[in-house]
Design a protein around this ligand. Structure first.
Ligand code: F0G
Length: 361
């Protein structure tokens, strides 16, 4: 039965779980890989797919990491879990800790978390704490709690999180009938996901399931791009940003903890790192919705914006088979979507006025 199962636990043999009875799942993973013919035409590329992680139970890829991370917490008999978050990690952890009966505490940067994510964390019953600081400050605080063994930390410095997220790489191979894409483009914040996806491809290669590897390509926002800067200096270390800023609040991170792993993935795969502006992000977000019917949050659209920029720069070849990861659902950040849209038309209940509007383009 497991062989036919869809999602993260399809790959049980590759996951570090000792006791299957302790698995905490909301049936995460198994997300769609869309061939995007309209975008192919728009961008002038041969073969483009979008792996839509917004289709996970709480609306982001974090669920893949949490099902494994919280299962681990269960095996350890942990009672209190916690994280710092720009929003999605907190929503996901709140859900998985509720399902496994654990106490959950989340630290968020006040005023910088998209509405949908905040609603989720609150509604699943986590203790939600907003700090007068950014994500990097929040992470320092929860790390201190973890060092004092007051919480079990479920940020992506926890390796079990990355173990779950590596299944994105597995699924892409699976869904492409074991053909490996030439390039995988990933939005980068704390840099766990790009590292995890690379680990997935590497493990499939090491066990003989695939014999090629994709070029791992990371995209950051202009106002929070320490990894892109390190890449362009050909360096292994980043210089952290003190005050990261971007409309893509999910990746508003100045000191990514997984930067060394991410840079290793980019360098050793022959990949690339590039930054995109907030305007380019919003434009790509709209393009994806209006050309393909895929609604993603701003951070997610950075992979599409990055592809566009790298095509223009001649870094990405138009003949490549490309997979862009979209990391979170569009409804996570309704404010951003409304700000980027035209106002609805308001009329009286008058059928003739309505008919006139219908004729306009
Ligand atoms: N996209 C979305 C929608 C995210 O929520 C995040 C990270 C990323 C991309 C970047 O992934 O950190 O593995 O490089 N969100 C974290 C959070 C930081 O707290 O929800 P990464």
């Amino acid at each position: 039965l497991r062989k036919r199962q869809i999602g993260v636990w399809r790959y049980l043999e590759y996951l570090p779980v000792k006791d299957e009875r302790k698995i905490v799942t909301l049936f995460e993973g198994g997300t769609p890989l869309y061939r995007c013919k309209n975008l192919e035409k728009e961008l002038g590329v041969k073969e483009l797919y979008v792996k839509n992680e917004g289709a996970n139970p709480t609306g982001s890829f974090k669920d893949r990491g949490m099902t494994v991370g919280v299962t681990r917490a269960n095996e350890l008999g942990v009672e209190v879990v916690g994280c710092a978050s720009t929003g999605n990690t907190s929503a996901s952890l709140a859900a998985y800790s509720a399902r496994s009966g654990k106490k959950c505490i989340v630290l968020l940067p006040e005023g910088k978390v998209a509405l949908g994510k905040l609603a989720q964390a609150m509604f699943y019953g986590a203790k939600v704490i907003q700090i007068n600081g950014n994500f990097d400050d929040a992470l320092e605080m929860v790390k201190q709690l973890a060092r004092e063994k007051l919480i079990y930390l479920l940020n992506s410095i926890n390796p079990f999180r990355l173990e779950g997220q590596k299944t994105i790489g597995f699924e892409i191979c699976d869904q492409l009938n074991w053909q490996v894409p030439d390039r995988v483009i990933v939005p980068v914040g704390n840099a766990g996901n790009i590292s995890a996806i690379w680990k997935g491809f590497r493990e499939f290669e090491a066990t003989g399931i695939i014999d090629e590897l994709p070029k791992m390509t990371g995209i950051q926002a202009e106002g929070a791009k320490p990894i892109v800067e390190a890449f362009k200096r050909k360096a292994k270390d980043i210089t952290p940003y003190k005050n990261p800023e971007t409309i893509a609040t999910a990746i508003r991170i100045g000191n990514p903890v997984n930067a060394p792993k991410a840079l290793e993935a980019i360098y050793s795969s022959g990949g690339y790192a590039e930054a995109v502006s907030d305007e380019e992000i919003v434009e790509a977000q709209k393009l994806l919705a209006r050309k393909e019917g895929i609604f993603v949050e701003p951070a997610s659209a950075s992979s599409i914006a990055g592809l566009k920029k790298l095509l223009d720069e001649g870094i990405v070849d138009r003949d490549e088979r490309i997979v862009c990861i979209t990391t979170g659902h569009g409804l996570k950040d309704p404010d951003a979507a409304i700000r980027a849209s035209e106002e609805p038309i308001k009329i009286e209940c008058d059928i003739d006025v309505l008919k006139k509007i219908l004729k306009e383009d």
